[in-house]
Design a protein around this ligand. Sequence first.
Ligand code: GUN
Length: 282
Amino acid sequence: MYTLIDGKKVAAEVRAETARGVAAFEREHGRKIGLAVVLCGEDKASLVYVRNKIKACGETGIMSYSYSLPGDATQDALEELVSSLAADDRIDGILVQLPLPKGLDAERALKLIPAEKDVDGFSDVNIGRLALGSECLAACTPNGVMKLLSAYGISVKGKKAVVVGRSQIVGRPMAMLLLNADATVTVCHSRTADLKAECLQADILIAAVGKEGFITADMVKEGAVVIDVGINRNAEGKLCGDVDFANVCGKCSYITPVPGGVGPMTIAMLMHNTLAAAKARG
Ligand code: GUN
């Protein structure tokens, strides 16, 4: 029998803990914590994410400052906005929702976010610190995975962890977080020679590919912990992950569902990071 990891429950706990921290910060410092949320264009998924991020701010007592740029905004307009937020004392965290519309260079814009306000953990400085195992703001989704593992008492130390996917937002920071927690980490990707053999080694298997049903039962070791970071839509338009849940779950000790697994953790960890950023700034 497997244990289903309840991301909604853990995310609610993280949000509640963050709300207590936010209230304590306000009492101590006599000011609100502020998060700036920048949306460019009208990507449907991004609109939903941004709306949920602003809602989560309201629930945790963080002031949200919302900025919308048109889909045809210039790089200069985006950079001017980010620079002004970087200099704005009310703002503890800056988030530029990705992906940006075509023609806008995310890397250049993200470079203008000071590391101490980079609550997404996407900047080269925070990625560098993460790679060094130094204190940093770590990307919200992989940081949320680490929180889920610890919430369920799943020890990472000395375990074989296999991360499938090497994206900047999930796969790479995920691998570094696991490594920093003393796992033995393998990162697999589209050029991996024998993906199945690699996955079968995993005590902890993290799927971050973006393809429905990509991880099948024959790729999973008996008793493995399976974490599904995928958010896909199937042919019927239903939300589903990267893992063939129905056939994989029977082999697992723990598994995350989609929806209700890793997904809710991303925004909860954004609130957590925003509080951490405010505390570091004082
Ligand atoms: N797009 C997909 N995930 C994320 C995220 O965690 N942060 C931002 N800013 N954009 C995203």
